[in-house]
Ligand binder design. Structure first.
Ligand SMILES: [Zn+2]
Length: 401
């Protein structure tokens, strides 16, 4: 079914009764990449949006809802759900955080009795086990939905396909794999931790225009809406080496409204007695894990600091601990001049511990000495799914390793 929406109807000759309007708009969009605008009768501006309300449309809506809770759900996945009856959304919901009800429960409650004989769309397979909340399969069965459309099967071994089987056994029609790649990308960190036990790691660094890794971020990157601020909202933790601590006045924080701040994972390599932490940003409560080689004292003393003593600090031992701790995603913020991070990355060439890289290129020519380099001994690799965009005066390039 196809629906066209006239968003600013100022000319009666355009609209639902005008099949040519959306064809024109599609052609214009294909050329410019932005929604079409054109003038009618010399004065009025009209914008028409056309959408096909098929399974993929509702699944994209689920993903959009799920992302409302970005950065808040670990160790659980982000999940969104909509209940559709006679072509209309009658209920919707998302999973807000671990320990709270799942998306299906919120959506069914929102739909009330209208859920009977409706179709439920959910971005991840409904659970079929008793955890902190009852199984969503039973909630869907009790609500008497007719059909369930699932974005992707849950890789969690205690769910994997059992939710789909339970629904089918109870006579509900189940479709699996609608907008599957989009649903997988939404939860790439959760999926990675489920399959490996370790968090999904993104390596981030800034390059000057003459190719040096520098300890500087682009204009606006750390402010509300900046790419670095958004990155910190999305990830569960950020690794900070102790040789960087001396160069910063506050620990990195997201400035997005309502952001759940990431764990600060401090690597106190070579520290023998005490470690001085920079101030916390006004937005943060202390969520700090310090990895040390000795039983060190951390100052200032405050609640929310865990000190983990390891015989040898390696990236794999850090990730094993963080994975067990429920963190699904970590930013490895590689700053110029940090020998500590260079060593961590050199140590772990063979283990494929880094999944993604984000490179920021600044329009400056750096003359600073002593800049560090990424490990040259990494196996030969080609990054996949490379994407680039501009962010103020910087260019961002990201890809999968
Ligand atoms: Zn559930």
């Amino acid at each position: 079914m196809s629906n066209c929406f006239l968003l600013s109807p100022t000319d009666p000759s355009l609209g639902r009764s005008n099949p040519g309007a959306h064809v024109l708009r599609r052609r214009a969009e294909a050329k410019t990449g932005t929604p079409a605008r054109w003038s009618c009768g010399g004065s009025s501006m009209v914008r028409v949006r056309c959408e096909t309300r098929d399974d993929a449309f509702y699944m994209r809506k689920c993903v959009e809802l799920a992302r409302t809770a970005v950065g808040c759900t670990s160790p659980n996945p982000m999940v969104g759900c909509v209940i559709v009856k006679d072509g209309e959304i009658v209920g919707q919901g998302f999973h807000p955080k671990a320990g709270q009800p799942h998306a299906e429960v919120f959506a069914l409650k929102d739909a009330g009795s209208l859920a009977e004989n409706a179709t439920a769309y959910v971005s991840l397979e409904p659970c079929n086990h008793y955890g902190r909340t009852p199984p969503c399969t039973e909630a869907l069965i009790c609500a008497k939905v007719k059909q369930v459309v699932v974005g992707m099967v849950d890789p969690n071994p205690i769910v994997a396909s059992k939710g789909v089987e339970r629904l089918r056994d109870s006579g509900i029609k189940v479709t699996v794999g609608v907008e599957e790649m989009l649903c997988q990308k939404l939860n790439e960190a959760y999926i990675h931790r489920m399959l490996t036990g370790r968090p999904f790691v993104t390596l981030r660094y800034t390059l000057s225009f003459n190719g040096r890794i520098i300890n500087q971020l682009g204009k606006g990157a750390e402010e509300n809406g900046g790419y670095y601020s958004k990155l910190l909202r999305e990830y569960d933790g950020i690794i900070i080496p102790n040789d960087l601590l001396m160069k910063i006045s506050t620990l990195p924080a997201s400035h997005e409204t309502g952001a759940n701040q990431p764990f600060h994972i401090v690597i106190a390599k070579g520290v023998r007695s005490s470690l001085q932490l920079p101030a916390l940003s006004a937005r943060s409560k202390a969520k700090i894990i310090v990895f040390a080689e000795d039983d060190i004292k951390v100052e200032p003393e405050m609640e929310g600091i865990e000190i983990v003593v390891l015989e040898k600090i390696t990236l794999s031992s850090i990730l094993d601990y963080c994975g067990n701790r429920g963190l699904c995603s970590i930013v490895l913020d590689f700053r110029g001049g940090s020998e500590c991070l260079s060593e961590l990355l050199e140590d772990n060439i063979a283990e494929n511990l880094v999944q993604k890289a984000i490179m920021e290129i600044l329009p400056i020519w750096s003359t600073s000495e002593g800049t560090s380099q990424l490990p040259s001994a990494w196996k030969s690799l080609t990054l996949r799914n490379l994407e680039s965009r501009t962010s103020n005066e910087s260019v961002l390039v990201e890809g999968y390793i």
